[in-house]
Design a protein around this ligand. Structure first.
Ligand code: ACO
Length: 334
C-alpha cells in the first residue's frame, strides 16, 4: 500500500509575547497559579496590523516551500486546520494558497478544534495513499487571541497564537504515516464551545454585550475526558502497530496543560525526556500545537523514529497517529 510521509515542517510565531506577569495585570491570577496548574509561562499574540490566522498559516507555508525546495506549483492540495478562520466563510485554505503563490491546488478547512491538525494530517495522507495527490500541505493555524475573553481568568491564561505546516509526499520506503485512531463525542460540546456567532445564535448587540463570542470551557470536565481520550487512542494505535513503550522514540501530545501531558506520557509508559513539550513558551495554540512541536524538535528526529502524535479538543474530538519518521531532522537547518 502507498504510504504518505512527512518531508518537512515549518512554524510561524508572532513576535509579541503575553507573559504570566502581564496577565496578572489583567485578571485575578498569579504566575505561580498558571505555572503550577498549566505549565505555561508565556504565549505569543498576533498584533500585526491587518493580519489574521491565514497570514500566520501563509508564513509557515512559504517557509516550508522554501525549506523543502518545493515550487508552489507542485502542490496539489492544501488542508487548513483552524477554529479561527479569517472569516466564517470562505475557508482559510484557499486564502493561504493565494497568499503563498500556490495556484494549482484545491483546498479546504477542517474544524476539529484542538484535534484539527491530527485529523487534517490523516486526511491529507489519504489523498496521497489513494494516488489522487502527489504533494499535500497540511497547515494548522489559530489566532486564539481573537476568541479569548481577557477578563475571564479561567480561559485567558491558556491560549496563544501560532501556526505550523508540514509537507506530505508518497513514501519511498517503510517510513511514513502508519495508522491513526480517532474518536468523537458530541455530548462534549456542553463543556467547550463558543455560544454565539454561529447559525444557532447569530451575532446581535445582545450576544456581544453578554460576551458570548469567546471560548467557553468547563476546564475540570474537559481535563478528565482529555486524559482518557488520548490515553485510549495511544493504546489502540500502539496495539495496531505492534509497538511497546520501549519502541516509541517520541510522544507528541497536544499542548493544552502540562499536567495532561504528564499523565498521557505516563499512561503510554514513555519517559518525559521523550515527550515533546513547548507549552511553557506558546500555551495552547489549538491547531498549531502539534506542527509547532515537530518544528521545535525537528533537529532531534532521526529517520525511522517511532512518533505517536495525540490530541484532544472541542467536539469532543480526539485521536492518535503513529508515524515512522522519514528523514534525519539534522539534514534541515530550519
Ligand atoms: N488564576 C487563579 N485561579 C484560577 C484561575 C486562574 N487563572 N483559573 C481558575 N482559577 C480558580 C478557579 O476559580 C477555582 O477556584 P475555586 O476552587 O475557588 O472555585 C480553582 O482555581 C480551581 O479551578 P479548576 O477549574 O478546578 O482548576 P484546574 O486545576 O482544573 O485547572 C484548567 C483549570 C487549567 C482549565 C484545567 O482544567 C485544564 O487544563 N482543562 C483542560 C483544558 C483542555 O484540555 N482543553 C481542550 C483543548 S482546548 C480546545 O479544544 C479549543
Amino acid at each position: 500500500m502507498k504510504r504518505a510521509a512527512i518531508k518537512g515542517v515549518m512554524g510561524y510565531l508572532p513576535e509579541d509575547k503575553l507573559t504570566n506577569t502581564d496577565l496578572e495585570k489583567l485578571v485575578d491570577t498569579t504566575d505561580e497559579w498558571i505555572k503550577t496548574r498549566t505549565g505555561i509561562s508565556e504565549r505569543r499574540i498576533l498584533k500585526k496590523e491587518g493580519w489574521a490566522s491565514s497570514d500566520m498559516g501563509a508564513e509557515a507555508v512559504k517557509g516550508l516551500l522554501k525549506k523543502t525546495n518545493t515550487s508552489p506549483d507542485e502542490i496539489d492540495l492544501l488542508i487548513c486546520a483552524t477554529v479561527t478562520a479569517d472569516m466564517v466563510f470562505p475557508d482559510n485554505a484557499n486564502t493561504i494558497c493565494n497568499k503563498s503563490g500556490i495556484n494549482n491546488a484545491f483546498g479546504f478547512d477542517i474544524n476539529a478544534a484542538c484535534s484539527g491538525f491530527l485529523y487534517s494530517l490523516t486526511t491529507g495522507a489519504k489523498f496521497i495513499e489513494s494516488g489522487m495527490c502527489n504533494k499535500v500541505i497540511v497547515v494548522g493555524t489559530d489566532m486564539m487571541s481573537s476568541i479569548i475573553d481577557y477578563t475571564d481568568r479561567t480561559t485567558c491564561v491558556l491560549f496563544g497564537d501560532g501556526a505550523g505546516a508540514i509537507l506530505l509526499e508518497a513514501s519511498t520506503d517503510d517510513t511514513g504515516i502508519i495508522n491513526s485512531q480517532f474518536g468523537g463525542d458530541g455530548a462534549g460540546s456542553a463543556f467547550l464551545h463558543m455560544k454565539a456567532g454561529g447559525s444557532k445564535k447569530p451575532a446581535t448587540v445582545e450576544t456581544v454585550m453578554n460576551r458570548e463570542h469567546f471560548v467557553y470551557q468547563e476546564g475540570r470536565s474537559v481535563f478528565k475526558y482529555a486524559v482518557k481520550g488520548m490515553a485510549n487512542s495511544i493504546n489502540t494505535v500502539m496495539k495496531r502497530s505492534g509497538l511497546n513503550a520501549e519502541d516509541i522514540n517520541w510522544v507528541v501530545p497536544h499542548q493544552a496543560n502540562l499536567r495532561i501531558i504528564n499523565s498521557v506520557a505516563s499512561s503510554a509508559g514513555v519517559p518525559l525526556e521523550q515527550v515533546m513539550i513547548n507549552i511553557h513558551k506558546y500555551g495552547n495554540t489549538t491547531s498549531g500545537t502539534l506542527p509547532l512541536c515537530l518544528w521545535d524538535y525537528e533537529s532531534q528526529l532521526k529517520k525511522g523514529d517511532n512518533l505517536i502524535l495525540t490530541a484532544f479538543g472541542g467536539g469532543f474530538t480526539w485521536g492518535a497517529t503513529h508515524i515512522k519518521w522519514s528523514y534525519d531532522g539534522s539534514d534541515f537547518s530550519s
